[in-house]
Design a protein around this ligand. Structure first.
Ligand SMILES: C[S@@+](CC[C@H](N)C(=O)[O-])C[C@H]1O[C@@H](n2cnc3c(N)ncnc32)[C@H](O)[C@@H]1O
Length: 202
């Protein structure tokens, strides 16, 4: 438990070797579980946790200010099924989350890092696809959205090349199609189109 530090109930992941079961209560056997990766102000995770109290939801972001905001809503609305982590995404998915843990990973409007010198910061890589496949249950879903055409192309190509997922129609995310994240609303207010994709783990 040494790695667990609570800030108003937020779990802070500082240690590369922390296992999720040591810092969070685990879902019940068979309980549906979802991750909102890079959750920002947590609109997706909060809306999901509120409408589906039977779903175990994790909201994770590396910025303390953002996860604090989410945790305040968790406390205000008594959302016992939403767990808030301050964590770097690559560490969380490659080390902390157990195998076959999640039904859906949501990566919504991640930073596209359009400048060539920043491309190394992009989350979508072949390595990440292997980790998504590892942490998803069989038939688990990878849900992605972006307003950036180049990042969409990169995501399509990277997922296809991984050979670990099959493209799906949006029926796999129909239950959350009405949830708009803060960044989705922002891009739409600027006249941009946010495209959603869903892939099913093979
Ligand atoms: C553009 S915002 C999108 C937030 C939210 N998903 C939405 O759609 O409104 C990207 C978020 O990812 C977080 N983020 C970026 N890189 C990250 C990383 N490597 N680990 C954890 N969080 C990260 C940022 O702090 C930011 O909150």
């Amino acid at each position: 438990m040494a790695a667990k530090k609570q800030v108003e109930g937020i779990v802070m992941l500082h240690n590369l070797y922390t296992r999720l079961e040591n810092v969070l209560p685990m879902p019940e056997p068979g309980q549906r579980a979802e991750l909102d990766l890079g959750c920002g102000d947590g609109e997706y995770a909060l809306a999901l946790a509120e409408r589906r109290p039977d779903v175990y939801v994790i909201a994770a972001d590396m910025l303390l200010g953002r996860v604090r905001k989410v945790q305040k809503r968790v406390l205000r609305d008594h959302l016992t099924n939403l767990h808030v982590l301050k964590s770097e995404s690559r560490v969380l998915i490659s080390r902390t989350i157990p195998d076959a843990f999640l039904d859906r990973v949501n990566l919504l409007c991640p930073d596209p890092w359009p400048k060539a010198k920043h491309r190394c910061h992009r989350l979508i890589t072949s390595d990440i696809m292997m980790q998504f496949a590892r942490i998803l249950k069989p038939d688990g879903v990878f849900h992605f959205s972006t307003d950036n055409a180049e990042y969409l192309e990169i995501a399509d190509r990277t997922v296809a090349e991984s050979g670990l997922f099959v493209p799906s129609d949006l029926s796999l995310i129909a239950d959350v199609a009405d949830i708009k994240t803060g960044f989705e609303l922002l891009w739409e207010s600027e006249g941009k189109t946010v495209t959603h994709r869903a892939w099913r783990k093979l």
